[in-house]
Ligand binder design. Structure first.
Ligand SMILES: C[S@@+](CC[C@H](N)C(=O)[O-])C[C@H]1O[C@@H](n2cnc3c(N)ncnc32)[C@H](O)[C@@H]1O
Length: 315
């Protein structure tokens, strides 16, 4: 298949060269992507196509190549599919302790790097991830100042947006993985050079970050973390306590969505809402999405994945 023939019908003429090269690499590595990609690419507006291009260019500038990035994305898809089949049979996540997640994922730099890069790409190509990213951008209190805290920035997408549209004096990021901290730092240096003096990134378990002062943060974000911990209630309570009385919080998680580092199984949106309530949060805005456009209540009955995102305040 020639370069021109491989991606030409899938992308508008104005698509960034990096996206075109990535799509070519995906289709070459797995020809079945040619059937899946048109719908995924058609969902992206021009700004999102540019943002995907900027992300890919950024990774390439840091020594990755598009073929590797395409393989990482496909590996992530295969991993989720295999885990989902096993989960359908067993009804349980394979791992249940933080020690297992550390051992299998967070302490393996190469795997963690590929995982975070694949996840970053999925933000654009998986409809639920794209919707959650859009929801974050539309609900985020742009222009808000004060102190920003993010737990588990991972690939740094939320972190980057907060820096772009916020006016924070202090920006803190806490992540248990050295790889995630390094990636977030690279994101910052690449997209926001000059802001380093306001930003502090710390590699530690959030519950061990005891020096953070209660009631001291104005905006607090925790994307896809509570399913990674043994005791999400303690995590959420700690997050709540760190916010000022009128803080804006944003939390995302998932149900019935197995992965090696997903150790707490939520089965339905109601489980998650009940936990948020118990932790002392009130839901301001909610996005609850079943797998492949399905009703989340029906997904819960059939053990199918559900993605959720909540903008919250203190109750
Ligand atoms: C799936 S990634 C989420 C990335 C991004 N926030 C998002 O929403 O896609 C989860 C991140 O949480 C971090 N994490 C997991 N458990 C943690 C803990 N106990 N304390 C701090 N970070 C943690 C992981 O290292 C990883 O970077």
């Amino acid at each position: 298949m020639s370069d021109a023939a491989s991606s030409a019908p899938l992308l508008p003429d104005a698509a960034p060269a990096g996206v075109r090269a990535f799509v070519d690499a995906l289709v070459r590595a797995e020809p079945a992507q040619r059937d899946a990609l048109p719908a995924a690419l058609a969902r992206l507006d021009p700004g999102e196509l540019d943002a995907l291009g900027a992300w890919l260019d950024f990774r390439v500038a840091h020594g990755r190549d598009v073929v590797q990035l395409a393989e990482d994305y496909l590996a992530l898809m295969r991993m989720f599919t295999e885990e989902q089949f096993a989960f359908q049979r067993s009804g349980a996540y394979r791992n249940s302790t933080f020690a297992q997640a550390l051992e299998e994922v967070y302490r393996r730099p190469d795997e963690m790097q590929a995982y975070m890069e694949g996840l970053a790409t999925s933000t654009f190509l998986w409809s639920n991830h794209l919707e959650m990213y859009r929801f974050f951008r539309t609900t985020f209190p742009a222009g808000r100042g004060g102190r920003y805290l993010e737990v588990g920035p991972g690939h740094g997408f939320f972190f980057r947006h907060a820096l772009e549209v916020g006016a924070f004096d202090v920006v803190r990021g806490i992540d248990v993985s050295e790889t995630s901290i390094a990636l977030t730092r690279q994101v910052l240096e690449h997209f926001h050079p000059g802001l380093q003096d306001r930003v502090e990134l710390t590699c530690t378990d959030f519950l061990d970050a005891t020096a953070l002062e209660p009631g001291s943060f104005d905006v607090l974000v925790m994307g896809e973390v509570v399913e990674h911990v043994e005791d999400p209630l303690t995590f959420l309570r700690r997050l709540r306590d760190l916010g000022t009385d009128d803080a804006w919080f944003f939390v995302t998680t998932c149900a019935n969505a197995p992965a090696p580092d997903h150790i707490f199984l939520f089965r339905a949106c109601d489980d998650i809402r009940a936990l948020l309530d118990e932790a002392g949060f009130a839901v301001v805005d909610a996005l609850e999405l079943g797998w492949d456009g399905r009703d989340p209540v029906k997904c819960a009955r059939r053990r199918l994945p559900i993605n959720v995102a909540y903008a919250l305040r203190k109750a």
